[in-house]
Design a protein around this ligand. Structure first.
Ligand code: MD3
Ligand code: FE
Length: 217
């Protein structure tokens, strides 16, 4: 009931099924959130956020960096995973143990066992930034799920189906929400609507961060 005082808002919730193989764990990262945001700033001190260019020549509105042994990069040559940050020409910052443990706990909670991500892509959305409908298919191992963690301002997430033309459902993703995408949903089209002008969060201001943990090979 809208407006009802919910005494259970702060308790762990049951996983919510978004599609075959896709599970929303509301608030799963809340306890770790402040620490995750500190780590993001530390990572960005070594490998700064940047607006990458797509093979079609467009600059992406979400700024990105990575941590872990591999990072997702794009330029006029295409999309790929790279062991080095093209901006610094050094390795990406190491994946913090706390990132890895959170991703593994989330995968486990969605019954994907033995998840070992090699890469964590970090997206930063500021006012107006969005991500149009796409599939994540630059990974060779499509049996492993992708674990995504939302931090900061909320956003409207679009989740379609196996075909680009499948009409997407909209879900609000909020600070601390974790989603595990595997099985049949692993190649489903998805995107995010533009971050609103009034978006705000006490820990991040007018920004939203998203971590995606990926097993690449
Ligand atoms: C569904 N990021 O980085 S996370 C991306 O909020 C990306 O930054 C969005 O899409 C963001 O590629 C959405 C949710 C997500 C991530 C991967 C998926 C949904 C997915 C892979 C398959 C299906
Ligand atoms: Fe994606």
């Amino acid at each position: 009931m809208a407006g009802t005082l919910d005494l259970f808002d702060d308790l762990p919730q049951e996983p919510e099924r978004l599609a075959e193989g896709a599970w929303l764990l509301r608030g799963f990262a809340l306890c770790d959130a402040a620490m995750l945001i500190d780590e993001i700033h530390r990572i960005a001190n070594s490998s700064p956020f940047r607006h990458q260019v797509t093979p079609g020549g467009h600059s992406m509105s979400a700024a990105m960096t990575n941590c872990g042994g591999l990072g997702w990069v794009t330029d006029l040559q295409g999309y790929r995973y790279s062991v080095a940050d093209p901006l610094t020409e050094h390795s990406w910052p190491e994946m913090p143990e706390t990132f890895l443990q959170l991703a593994q706990r989330a995968a486990q909670a969605a019954e994907y066992h033995g998840f070992l991500p090699q890469s964590c892509l970090i997206n930063r959305y500021e006012t107006g930034a969005r991500m149009s409908l796409h599939q994540d298919r630059d990974e060779q191992d499509l049996r492993a799920p992708i674990v995504s963690v939302s931090l900061g301002a909320p956003i409207s997430f679009m989740f379609g189906g196996p075909k680009r033309a499948d009409k997407p459902d909209r879900w609000k993703l909020e600070h601390g929400d974790v989603v595990v995408w595997g099985g049949a949903s692993r190649l489903f089209y998805h995107g995010v609507a533009p971050l609103g002008k009034k978006a705000d969060h006490p820990l991040t201001g007018a920004a939203r961060y998203n971590l995606t943990f990926r097993k690449v090979y």
